[in-house]
Each structure stands twice: as structure tokens, then as C-alpha cells.
Design a protein around this ligand. Structure first.
Ligand SMILES: Cc1cc2nc3c(=O)[nH]c(=O)nc-3n(C[C@H](O)[C@H](O)[C@H](O)COP(=O)(O)OP(=O)(O)OC[C@H]3O[C@@H](n4cnc5c(N)ncnc54)[C@H](O)[C@@H]3O)c2cc1C
Length: 442
């Protein structure tokens, strides 16, 4: 489910639909189907240019799409939509009868169009196959820009029912230029993009997390509690981590890093005090706001990080908050002592530990019971694994906590398209004997 800002959504829809106003004037010979196909090609270029724009992580992206995490979800679906547009453009003959034969350049442009189509098709399949390791996916994802470039060249040089200098031609070309600029920007080395220099000041293992304090070498980041930044260590690609503790007087911040894959395991093993890194950001709209009601914060595993920042930030005049920290066991719980100390001195913060080893699986009803909260006037904020989020969202919805009263941080930049969920649904619906299903689940 997407929670993208309606402004970004609306502007995107308008940008894609606007060329329709120029189409009637181009339909001289009643070649409606071919003209529709031409429009599909244009729509795909506009959508892809916006996709490239989102991947720059420029400030307006945050504002337009309601946070970078939502921007990325939108980026994925818009990319898939643009693929659909291209497929229609390729399937429905776009050749208009009155235009005559093609010259050599126009034939070459046609070949570029084919190249762009097949390249993008392969890359979109790779993108939605979430089992492909992230670093491989990221590498192949970069190629998208090249195929966009091929698509833009196809558009500029192909024989079409209007000139590049006509209003519709200029409009579409402007999006091509925007897309190419954004793609080129993403290719720049990290040091040439706006980022702040930091150095590792101290490290500490807490539960299953490595807490890293970072000191600014120049101007520090300006930050709001709950935001995250992309950290690039020397020779590594940027990885997003939440700032789990606000800047201190010298501008130091803290990131709390769980061992989730190759890169984070390497950090746990080798990160040295004095290592240099750059931080890009901060990003994100996962912030707490006073509404006059009760707040329920649920952090699962390393999903506790934004709530650590919120807890540090909670002032005596703020709304009261219950923080439920869901952990496998207390021994694995990161920053537990710090949270207990904060709850002891902050009158508006109540801490509850839910350990799955002793308390079983956390669900909406059990959380409402341990916090002694009624669902009326309750705002729930969650950060943690996606499956848990979906289960809690459904559970809280049954209790009347719906829509924007259940907010969450998207902790995965690369999300699937629900294929696994769809497969599970099919699997559970089709008439396979229960015994075989049970075996398959094992
Ligand atoms: C908004 C946000 C906030 C986050 N905050 C924290 C935090 O406070 N603490 C924490 O431990 N983790 C946090 N994460 C998750 C963290 O970014 C990944 O765990 C980490 O990048 C994994 O890298 P890896 O190579 O070790 O693991 P891999 O096994 O390579 O990847 C595991 C998963 O992490 C994601 N990932 C991997 N590399 C990148 C990358 N370069 N950029 C973006 N995503 C990537 C992918 O979804 C991948 O499937 C956050 C993620 C997001 C999106």
C-alpha cells in the first residue's frame, strides 16, 4: 500500500496526461490507434523521466512524495507503469499512414527503440525478483538510465506526426532532458554530490547492534528526530541508516547498525575508530507530532532506531507515549538500558518490552492489552519487518486504528511487487490436499 503525498501523485498524473491536449490536432487521417500508440511512447518517457528524478534524492523529491521511503515505493510502481506503456507502444502499430518512408537515421532510431524495450524489460524483471542480491540488483538498476537514453534518442530521431520543435515535441523533449540530467547526476562519484564529512568517533556493541558515534569534520547535518541518512564509507556504496541519537553539542550523531548482510557484517567486524565516511541527507518524514491523543510506538528489532531518537526528543509538554519494544530476547535487545534510563526520567514515556521468546508473537490485541490502551484517539507508529507491519496494520484496523493513524517507516528501499503474497494467496486457495501444503511449508 502506497502512502505517497497526493501533490507528487497529482503532478505526475497531470504530467503524463497533458500531451493528450495536443493529440486531436495530429489525427489528420483518422489514424487513431497509431496515434494512441505514439502517446503511449510519450507517456512512458515522461514516467521514466520522473522515475529518474526520484532516484536523485534531491530535496524536492522528499517534499513532493512525502518522504524518500515513499518516493522509492512510488518510483518502483511508476517504473512498472512506464514498462506497461512501452509494451503497449510496441504492440500497437505506431506507424502513421500519411508519414511516408524512413531515412537511415529514423531506421536507426527504430532499432534504438527495440534495444530500449528489451533492455528495460529484462531490468524490470530483475528489479521485481527480490531474491537477487541487493548489490547485483543495484548495479543492473543503474543500466536503466542507459536504456532510458536509448528510448529518448529513439523518440528524438524517429519519424513521428509532429516536429521536435512543436509544443508536444518540446514538452516531451524537456522530460527526456530532465531524465538524462538526473541519470547523469546519479553517475557522479559520491564526493561530487552534496554530502557531509564525518569520522567514526566511537563504537559500542549493544544487543545485536553496533552503535556508531559519528563526529562531523565540517558543518554537521541539520536533522529532525526520526530521520535517516545514507552513509558511504571509503570504497562502499551508500547505505541508509536511521540517526538513533540526535546531534550533541559538537554535532555528533549516532547510527545503530544491525548485521543484516555482507556490508553490515563487515562493519561489525572491521569498523575502526577514525574511519572516514560521508553522510547524504537527512531524509524521511517519520516524525512524531502532538495531536492531543495517546501515542503508541512499536519498534521491532533494529526498527527501534527511530523511536530511540523520538524518545530522546520527547519533551514534558508532548503527548504521552507508550513504546513497545519487540525483541527476540532481552539479551539481543539493542539500547535496552538506554531506553529504560530514558523512561525513568521522561514522565511522558512508558516502556514495555515484548520478548517473543517468553511472550509469543506480538499482535494488535496483545499490544493494546499490555499497554492498557483503548484504540480511540490512538496514533500508532511502527518500524520493523514488513510481515509484522502488515499483520499489525490489519489487527489495529479491526480495532478502529485506520489510515493515517497507523504510520510506519519503510525500512526497505527495494520492495517487491507482492508476488510472494500473491503466490501464498493462490497456494492457500487452490485445492491442494492439506498434507501436501504442510509439507511444502516445511
Ligand atoms: C529508511 C531506512 C532506514 C534504515 N535504518 C536502519 C538502521 O537504523 N539500522 C539498521 O541496521 N538498518 C537500517 N536500515 C536497513 C539497512 O540500510 C540495510 O540493512 C543495510 O543497507 C543492509 O546492507 P547489507 O549489504 O549488509 O545487506 P544485504 O544483504 O546486501 O541487504 C539486505 C537488505 O538491505 C537493503 N539494502 C542493502 N544494501 C542497501 C543499500 N546500499 N541501500 C539501500 N538498501 C540496501 C536491501 O533491501 C537488501 O535486501 C534502514 C533502511 C532504510 C531504507
Amino acid at each position: 500500500m502506497m502512502r505517497v503525498n497526493p501533490i507528487g501523485l497529482l503532478l505526475t498524473i497531470v504530467a503524463i496526461l497533458l500531451p493528450i491536449i495536443w493529440l486531436p490536432a495530429l489525427n489528420h487521417k483518422g489514424d487513431t490507434l497509431a496515434l494512441f500508440s505514439q502517446y503511449m511512447g510519450i507517456a512512458s518517457l515522461i514516467a521514466m523521466a520522473i522515475v529518474q528524478f526520484i532516484s536523485t534524492r534531491w530535496r524536492p523529491v522528499e517534499w513532493l512524495f512525502g518522504g524518500l521511503d515513499q518516493g522509492y515505493v512510488f518510483h518502483k510502481w511508476l517504473g512498472i507503469l512506464s514498462m506497461l506503456f512501452i509494451l503497449i507502444h510496441d504492440t500497437v502499430d505506431a506507424e502513421m499512414n500519411h508519414l511516408g518512408g524512413q531515412n537511415l537515421l529514423e531506421e536507426f532510431a527504430e532499432t534504438l527503440g527495440e534495444l530500449s524495450l528489451y533492455g528495460l524489460l529484462i531490468l524490470v524483471v530483475i528489479t521485481i525478483a527480490t531474491f537477487i542480491p541487493y548489490h547485483l540488483w543495484r548495479w543492473t538498476h543503474r543500466l536503466m538510465g542507459l536504456f532510458f537514453l536509448a528510448g529518448a534518442a529513439h523518440y528524438l530521431f524517429i519519424l513521428k506526426p509532429f516536429q521536435n520543435g512543436d509544443p508536444i515535441g518540446l514538452y516531451t523533449s524537456a522530460f527526456c532532458v530532465l531524465g538524462i540530467m538526473c541519470f547523469s547526476y546519479r553517475l557522479l562519484p559520491a564526493r561530487m554530490r552534496p554530502a557531509r564529512a564525518y569520522v567514526v568517533d566511537s563504537t559500542e556493541v549493544t544487543g545485536n547492534v553496533l552503535a556508531v558515534t559519528l563526529k562531523p569534520e565540517g558543518r554537521p547535518l541539520r536533522y529532525r528526530a526520526g530521520q535517516f541518512a545514507f552513509a558511504s564509507f571509503v570504497g562502499s556504496e551508500p547505505h541508509p541508516f536511521t540517526i538513533s541519537k540526535a546531534p550533541t553539542e559538537d554535532g555528533s550523531i549516532r547510527m545503530s547498525i544491525a548485521r543484516l548482510g555482507d556490508f553490515t557484517t563487515r562493519l561489525h567486524r572491521n569498523l575502526q575508530v577514525g574511519s572516514k565516511l560521508s553522510l547524504e541527507g537527512p531524509y524521511g518524514h517519520f516524525e512524531r507530532k502532538n495531536t492531543g491523543g495517546q501515542e503508541l510506538w512499536i519498534g521491532a528489532g533494529v526498527g527501534i532506531t527511530p523511536f530511540l531518537a523520538w524518545a530522546h526528543d520527547l519533551a514534558p509538554e508532548d503527548d504521552a507515549a507508550h513504546l513497545v519494544y519487540c525483541v527476540k530476547s532481552e539479551a539481543a535487545a539493542a539500547h535496552l538500558e538506554e531506553l529504560k534510563a530514558l523512561a525513568a526520567v521522561k514522565p511522558k514515556l512508558t516502556l514495555h518490552i515484548h520478548s517473543s521468546a517468553t511472550d509469543g508473537r506480538a499482535d494488535a490485541d496483545s499490544i493494546l492489552a499490555i499497554t492498557d490502551q483503548s484504540a480511540e484517539s490512538l496514533t500508532v507508529a511502527f518500524c520493523g519487518p514488513k510481515q509484522m507491519r502488515q499483520a499489525l496494520k490489519e489487527g489495529f484496523a479491526k480495532n478502529g486504528v485506520t489510515g493515517r493513524k497507523f504510520k510506519y517507516e519503510e525500512f526497505e528501499i527495494r520492495t517487491g511487487v507482492g508476488l510472494r503474497k500473491f503466490a501464498n494467496l493462490l497456494f492457500n486457495r487452490i485445492a491442494i490436499p492439506e498434507q501436501i501444503k504442510a509439507q511444502a511449508r516445511r
